[in-house]
Design a protein around this ligand. Structure first.
Ligand SMILES: Nc1ncnc2c1ncn2[C@@H]1O[C@H](COP(=O)(O)OP(=O)(O)OP(=O)(O)O)[C@@H](O)[C@H]1O
Length: 229
């Protein structure tokens, strides 16, 4: 479904991502674990077309995305929730979600989105900047889902969010995956969160994948060691 092969990218003279490959199936949740500075955000920006691909390929259902602009990748079914969420603080919750809707929706937010995140319905008239961190994360996810993606890329969704809300986010992601048959690639440093949701685990270290396993065989101690070095 979503296939990345031999991807390389970086900034100027420095190469950050080296020969990274991953394949994620329909409805699969893949966790990319790694410490600060190991390349998670760089990888996601490359998948989204914010940074150019230097080598390799990115495919969704066999369609090559590697040389498309970001907006074309969105149209092909890739959605992105960046680190830090990046909602529009001066716009209302409703307006934030509307920025993700296709023109054909005529500004109408699907009921299903509000059903997933009831708090966003309650707060639809409030400015995004006045929401708590957890509510902003839910808003960022809802805005991404409004584009009707096949693949959702989430960059460190638990960063700066309190534990009870992290549990809510885990629950919503599992629900969305089922409802939408969505593939989710999530980067994280919080292992308890990914252990709850992921089907497969990858560890990124200095821009390379150094560990991979499925949830039934995952070696949490090894992943923790990579996260804490
Ligand atoms: N705009 C940039 N210009 C040059 N180098 C950068 C830039 N952004 C990141 N880097 C470097 O790329 C490497 C990977 O950073 P990246 O942000 O992808 O890591 P990360 O795993 O997402 O960590 P974090 O959780 O801290 O964001 C780091 O060495 C970082 O210093």
């Amino acid at each position: 479904m979503f296939n990345v092969s031999h991807l390389a990218s970086g900034y100027g003279q420095s190469q950050v991502i080296h020969d990274v490959s991953l394949a994620a199936g329909k409805q699969e949740i893949v966790a990319v674990m790694g410490r600060n500075g190991m390349g998670k955000t760089t990888l996601f920006k490359t998948l989204m077309g914010i940074l150019p691909l230097r080598e390799g390929s990115i495919q969704i259902d066999g369609q090559e995305l590697g040389h498309l602009e970001s907006y074309q990748r969105v149209a092909s079914g890739v959605a992105y929730v960046p680190q830090g969420r990046m909602i529009f603080p001066g716009m209302t919750v409703l307006e934030n979600i509307q920025t993700g809707l296709p023109a054909s929706a005529l500004g109408k937010v699907p009921d299903e989105l509000y059903a997933l995140f009831p708090v966003l319905h309650e707060m639809r008239g409030r400015k995004g900047g006045n929401l708590s961190g957890g509510q902003q994360q839910q808003l960022a996810i809802a805005r991404a889902l409004a584009t009707n993606p096949k693949v959702l890329l989430l960059d460190e969704p638990t960063e700066g969010i309190q534990p009870s809300i992290i549990k809510d986010i885990a629950r919503s992601l599992k629900e969305i995956r089922k409802l939408r048959q969505l593939t989710i690639i999530v980067s994280e440093q919080v292992l308890s969160f990914t252990l709850e949701i992921a089907d497969r685990f990858l560890v990124i270290d200095k821009g390379r994948f150094v560990y991979e396993d499925t949830s039934d065989k995952v070696d949490a101690a090894t992943i923790s060691r990579y996260l804490s070095v």
